[in-house]
Design a protein around this ligand. Structure first.
Ligand code: KIV
Length: 264
C-alpha cells in the first residue's frame, strides 16, 4: 500500500507503528521498500556512513539531491523524505524555500530539517514551506547539524520542558511528522501525547509512533553503533568473508571455472 501523509496519520490513529530507515541509493531503496519499510529517509547521515566525512556538516545539497533522485527511482510504496543538509537552509527564507522545492522536483515526497531545542528560524521556514505545499518532517532532540554547539548528548533533564515546547511549536507550524533523536523515553512520551504529528524515535524509547534507524547500523555494516541500535544482521562479516573468498579464488585461478566462461 502506498504510504503518504494521510496513511501515516491513519497509522498513528490506529496504533500501527511506523517503520522508517535511511536509504542512499536506488538498489537499496528497492530492497527496503519491498521488505515493508514505510518511510525511506535520504539522511544527511550519508556523509558519515557512506561518504567518509566525520560529521554531517560537509554534506552538500548536490550529494543529497542525487541520492534522493536515486532513492525515489527505487522506491515504490514507501514515502521518500529528503534530509536538507547543513547550509542548504537557514541563510534566508528564499534560499530555504528554493532548496526545499528542489528536493520535491527530484522525487522526494517531503523534506526534513533540524530544529535545535529553542530554535526559532526553522519554525518560520516550516510554516512557509507547508503553506507552499512542501510537506515537512521536523527533527528535534539531538540535532547532529548542531554538533559544534550541543555535542551528541541525550536530551531531557533540565531541557525537557523546552524540548516539549519546541515540538509543540513545530506541530503548530505544520510538520506532518517529527523525528525525536536521543531523547529520554518519558520526555518523548510527553511529546507524542501532545502533538498531532506522527512521532518517530531514534534512541527515544517506545512511547512514540514509530522508529527510524540508519540502515548501515541495523544491517551491521557500521563498525561502531550507539547503544540504542539493534543490529538485525552482521553484513560486515558476510561481506568480508565473501570478498576474501573471491580474492583467494582469483589468486588461486579457481575463478572463473568452466561454468563462468564463454567457450565459443
Ligand atoms: O540523517 C539521518 O540519518 C537522520 C536520522 C538519524 C533520523 O537524520
Amino acid at each position: 500500500m502506498t504510504v503518504n501523509e494521510r496513511r501515516l496519520k491513519e497509522m498513528k490513529e490506529e496504533g500501527e507503528e511506523v517503520a522508517m530507515s535511511t536509504a542512499y541509493d536506488a538498489a537499496e531503496a528497492e530492497l527496503l521498500d519491498r521488505a515493508g519499510v514505510d518511510v525511506l529517509l535520504v539522511g544527511d547521515s550519508v556523509g558519515n556512513v557512506r561518504l567518509g566525512y566525520d560529521t554531517t556538516l560537509p554534506v552538500s545539497l548536490e550529494e543529497v539531491l542525487a541520492a534522493t533522485a536515486a532513492v525515489a527511482r527505487g522506491a515504490e510504496d514507501a514515502l521518500v523524505v529528503a534530509d536538507m543538509p547543513f547550509g542548504s537552509y537557514g541563510a534566508s527564507m528564499e534560499q530555504s524555500v528554493e532548496n526545499a522545492q528542489r528536493f520535491l522536483k527530484e522525487g522526494a515526497d517531503a523534506v526534513k530539517l533540524e530544529t535545535p531545542v529553542g530554535g526559532e528560524f526553522t519554525m518560520e521556514v516550516v510554516d512557509r514551506l507547508t503553506e507552499l505545499g512542501v510537506p515537512v518532517m521536523g527533527h528535534t532532540g539531538l540535532t547532529p547539524q548542531h554538533v559544534n554547539r550541543s555535542g551528541y548528548e541525550v536530551k531531557g533533564g533540565d531541557e525537557a520542558d523546552a524540548l516539549v515546547e519546541t515540538a509543540r511549536r513545530l506541530d503548530d507550524a505544520g510538520v506532518f511528522s517529527l523525528v525525536l533523536e536521543m531523547v529520554e523515553e518519558p520526555v518523548a512520551a510527553r511529546v507524542a501525547d501532545e502533538v498531532e504529528a506522527v512521532t518517530i524515535g531514534i534512541g527515544a524509547g517506545r512511547e512514540v509512533d514509530g522508529q527510524v534507524l540508519v540502515v548501515d547500523d541495523l544491517l551491521g555494516v557500521s563498525e561502531d553503533v550507539p547503544s540504542f541500535v539493534k543490529q538485525y544482521a552482521d553484513l560486515r562479516a558476510v561481506i568480508s568473508e565473501a570478498v576474501e573468498e573471491y580474492v583467494d579464488e582469483v589468486k588461486d585461478g579457481e575463478f572463473p571455472s568452466d561454468e563462468h566462461v564463454f567457450s565459443g
